[in-house]
Design a protein around this ligand. Structure first.
Ligand SMILES: [Zn+2]
Length: 254
């Protein structure tokens, strides 16, 4: 049962068609693991905390640096030198003290995911490199935990939901079979503050739909946003029968 204070706090979304008290209770009961508290993770976590997701598991081993502050909205000047998970948890608790915040200041690897995937309902991939994204996606798929994945670079971003429970849909490896060795990183090519804010918010939107069971999550599709002219393209993704992660050949372990 939601308390009177919760009914008031979340009243603007409980008013929405399709989102009712039961949906809010499902979100309150949910546990979400967030990989990375950087440009994407900050706005995503901020929205999920404000919207009333019950438990957020914050994973990041980085410390806050001056060059983060342009876009990582939970980290303030005074946080430079602190762990990002501590900085983020302080701000999220101030936004909504009803949210349980768990901190994992460790690299997101197979061990960490083996511990947490059985405990969570959803994962948000807000990391900044292909290797982690690919590993997180593979392990989520194998554990049948839905994954909201996003990436941002320059003015542009992309977004997708990978959900092994949705029969016939593509996994991350089907869509991105290999690392693009030439792809630049944010540290080299730059990234707009507004771009990560948009993409992180979009991740939160997909997460809330999945957790509450309302709306149409972006499964089986890849959304490509070009921020410089604000154009959005959605492409259908298809499962690769030879995919080593989700194909019929069996499941690889690495
Ligand atoms: Zn696949």
């Amino acid at each position: 049962m939601l308390t009177d204070a919760e009914l008031l706090r979340y009243s603007r979304q409980i008013l929405l068609p399709g989102w009712d008290i039961a949906a809010q209770e499902r979100v309150r009961a949910a546990r979400v693991l967030i990989v990375g508290l950087g440009g994407l993770g900050c706005p995503a976590a901020q929205t999920l905390a404000a919207a009333g997701v019950g438990t957020l598991v914050l994973c990041d081993f980085d410390i806050v640096e001056l060059s983060n502050l342009q876009r990582q909205c939970l980290h303030h000047e005074a946080d430079i030198g602190r762990l990002k998970v501590d900085s983020a948890a302080d701000k999220l608790a101030a936004i909504n003290p009803l949210v349980t915040l768990l901190r994992e200041p460790h690299p997101v690897d197979a061990d960490l995911l083996a511990r947490w995937l059985p405990e969570v309902d959803l994962v948000l991939d807000c990391c900044d490199n292909f290797a982690t994204r690919d590993e997180v996606a593979r392990l989520c798929w194998q554990a049948r935990i839905p994954l909201v994945s996003a990436a941002a670079l320059g003015w542009d971003g992309q977004l997708a939901v990978y959900d092994a429970r949705a029969a016939g849909t593509a996994c991350y490896r089907c869509v991105f079979p290999a690392a693009d060795e030439d792809a630049p990183a944010c540290a080299d090519a730059g990234v707009m503050a507004s771009t990560v804010a948009v993409m992180g918010s979009w991740q939160a939107q997909e997460a809330l739909k999945l957790l509450a069971g309302v709306g149409e999550p972006l499964r089986g599709q890849l959304l490509l946003w070009q921020g410089s002219n604000n154009s959005v393209r959605r492409v259908r993704t298809s499962q690769d029968p030879a995919c080593p992660v989700c194909g019929n050949q069996g499941v690889i372990s690495a």
